[in-house]
Write a protein that binds this ligand. Sequence first.
Ligand code: PLP
Length: 405
Amino acid sequence: MNPGVDDLKAAFPIFASAPRPFHYLDNAATSQICRPALEALLRFEGQERANVKRGVYRLADAATRAYEQARSRIAAYIGASKPREIVFTSGATLALNMAAHLLEPRLGRGDHILVSVAEHHSNLVPWQMAAERRGARLTALAVDREGRIRIAELERHLTARTRIVALTHISNVTGLITDLRPVAEAAHRVGAVLVVDGAQGPPHGPLLVRELGCDLYAFSAHKMFAATGAGVLWIREELLDELPPFLGGGEMVARVTIPQTRYAEAPRRFEAGTPPIGPILALGAAAEWLMGLDWTVIRGRERALLDKLLHELSRLSGVRLVGPCESEGRVGIVAFVVDGVHPHDVCQMLDQLGLCLRGGHHCAQPLMDAFGVEATVRASLAPYNDEEDIDALVEGLRWTIRRLR
Ligand code: PLP
């Protein structure tokens, strides 16, 4: 039977133990761990711990089988065509840096990488570094006043020298969802690959990564209700065997001699050394649990909460939304500023009322520049949030504004 979605807080241990009041609205930074993921982590570390891919004794064999089962569960959750397309990393940041290193040999002097102004620094800095190493050129699609990536300008940027297009799936500042399909088609027409920063994608429900049309897709476990320390780089199967390894070391090899090494098949060749086994098992458990939820209901509820939040914020005098005012085409992530009060001060005041929100540039300084602000407050929703959280936030903002302005 599907777990009930009416009291999802019960499936997240922190809500039973945190001092009251507690309104967690910083899910785009990290979400809370669900019970199945926490139990998988504790079971592995406390009772079933052994290294993977090497021992032949039963404990090690069981760990390896659990690790590969996690790969299959995560492949199912994101709609990969084969488990071998899932490469485990320590998080989205490593996955995107890995993508940059794997694709770097395709870049020659004067070649071109296209990103957007809406990127998280994790999907910008690695490409700047790769461009610098190879003498390539990097340009960025602009955004409109509400932060929407100007996909219509794609054709103007793409050339026969474009090798890589790297875009966000969902903005961690505005929650806007990028329409990736036309981007993938245009990128493929000029022979470029499309890398997608999916850090904010899987936390909002299962997806069909192949239907997005991209070639590589990166995300983190800790935003997907699992543990910190694990992440995924999905690589389209057609590319898997073409790409060179990134890190060298144990378990990524088929045969090593002093002069040279023959590498193992993918995905092993991309997973050098001991992986974050416990967090990966936790991610597998989270994916399995999330698959059993009714996402039509959850998405409907998130949309209703987002509508309510946008409506309430737009009525608060002194509060200005940064990004769109409506809920169409986005998930529950909302940035705003309080006139005359620094976002850090707003967040510290809200903290006194048990409200956890992030204030800052959200590792998206070019987007902040485009909005003409240095920083914002950000509220970001997860399936366990409810109307009480929104009411507490709105009340907390009223109180903050009365005290600080
Ligand atoms: N990309 C986006 C859109 C993000 O929101 C984040 C984290 O906030 C990242 C990349 C980096 O994720 P991590 O810090 O888990 O590696």
